[in-house]
Design a protein around this ligand. Structure first.
Ligand code: HEM
Length: 402
């Protein structure tokens, strides 16, 4: 039959490459899996196999089901690289642990990232955004938006919240890049982890001598965790707190510049900003390689039986293009109701920092568009350095002019 002419769908080697010229779209192999075989086999870097779960409904089922574990120490847990395995297993934090331990640790932070508390940060975030743009535009009409705006803004904010000196940003941004690079060896990851761990555990000790009202200091004052545990938690917050929002800011800017109709709509009606940010989160889905889990029991999903001990990758970017949930989802539409997106994950591990990310993204995008009405890309689109080599997608640099 005609289907014999097609290359076999399964197993798909992951991370699968995006198509040339379509840097905002998920890899064609993953898109095809969602349409033809939504729960499919995948092969990993070390030759092992796992399941790829590509539809919105199935992704939510896995992430909401306690029979799928986020504990990277369990046999069968899927890793994308040797470095990724080192990152998830050497000094585990609650993002790679299960309840009740996960819940016990996460609960210590829920008050710090509550919507109300983050909304109260708006004036401060706005002031930081304006300061950065003042500096970026002073006497110039071109700059790298990543280096001068998208990266420093969330870095400044998470430093403020944690009580980490922003003066050390080159140190922690450099280590963070190594931890999230798909090219890093296990050894490079181990060293970068150890550097950050040492730095944050010293910081915790310093906060004991000289307390302030940052999160690290308050975790020390609680007395329930030792410095090593506080350092692990601090590492997670510091990395998750700046890399993600930075990449969303830069990639959102680029996506809007590539969709001038949508950009014009948002400029004409800034009240669209909240919905537009949700749509950008959906459309861009920067956590792009699939959230890893491992089955602890046999589970039937999409007509397939996933056996206990088998790994699963939930591809959020594919789920967020599922046409059954987001009709015409391959197009960016700032007026769309995108609230059902899973860009922040789903279930007990759903992003703790999402109220902060929303405030930062709404302010960053709105302020940028308002203050730089002539904003444009300053290099050919083909030359934009996309982060195909990173666990968090985005652009390494974004030369813009105004
Ligand atoms: C978890 C995405 C910003 C802190 C997650 C997860 C996703 C995600 C997909 C789930 C991981 C999993 O289930 O395996 C994003 C995106 C962001 C963002 C797209 C920005 C646009 C932030 C910020 C913080 C943060 C600003 C601030 C500290 C965390 C933490 C977890 C998490 C601590 C672990 C939660 C848990 O395991 O219970 N994030 N995140 N994130 N995120 Fe974010």
């Amino acid at each position: 039959g005609p289907s014999e002419d097609l290359a076999p769908l399964s197993p798909l080697a992951v991370p699968a490459a995006r198509a040339a010229g379509c840097p905002f779209d998920p890899a064609p192999g993953v898109e095809r899996a969602r349409r033809e075989e939504p729960v499919t086999r995948a092969t990993l870097w070390d030759g092992s196999t796992c399941w790829l779960v590509t539809r919105h409904q199935d992704v939510r089922e896995v992430l909401g089901d306690p029979r799928f574990s986020a504990d990277a120490a369990r046999p069968g847990f899927p890793f994308l690289t040797a470095g990724g395995r080192e990152l998830a297993t050497s000094k585990p934090t609650f993002i790679r642990q299960d309840d009740p331990e996960h819940a016990r640790l996460r609960r210590m932070l829920t008050a710090d990232f509550m919507v109300k508390k983050m909304e109260a940060m708006r004036p401060e975030v706005q002031r930081l955004a304006d300061d950065l743009l003042d500096r970026m535009t002073a006497g110039r009409n071109a700059a790298d938006l990543v280096a001068e705006f998208a990266l420093p803004l969330p870095s400044l904010v998470i430093c403020l919240l944690l009580g980490v000196p922003y003066d050390d940003h080159e140190f922690f941004q450099d280590r963070s890049r190594l931890l999230l690079s798909l090219r890093s060896t296990a050894e490079e990851v181990r060293t970068a982890q150890a550097d950050l761990q040492r730095y944050l555990s010293r910081l915790a000790a310093a906060k004991q001598r000289e307390p302030d009202d940052g999160i690290v200091s308050r975790l020390v004052a609680r007395g329930e965790l030792d410095f090593e545990e506080i350092a692990s938690m601090g590492r997670l917050l510091l990395i998750a707190g700046h890399e993600t929002t930075a990449n969303m800011t830069a990639l959102s800017t680029l996506a809007l510049l590539r969709n001038p109709g949508q950009l014009a709509r948002l400029r004409e009606d800034p009240s669209l900003i909240k919905g537009a940010v949700e749509e950008l989160l959906r459309y861009l889905t920067i956590v792009h390689n699939g959230l890893p889990r491992v089955a602890t029991e046999d589970v039937t999903l999409g007509g397939r039986t996933i056996r206990a001990g088998e790994g699963v990758l939930c591809t959020l970017n594919s789920a967020n293009r599922d046409e059954g949930v987001f009709p015409g989802g391959d197009a960016l539409d700032v007026g769309r109701d995108a609230r059902r997106h899973v860009a922040f994950g789903f279930g007990v591990h759903q992003c703790l920092g999402q109220p902060l990310a929303r405030v930062e993204l709404q302010i960053a995008v709105e302020t940028l568009l308002r203050r730089l009405p002539d904003l444009r890309l300053d290099i050919p689109f083909e030359d934009v350095p996309f982060r195909h080599d990173m666990g968090i997608y985005g652009v390494h640099a974004l030369p813009v002019a105004w």
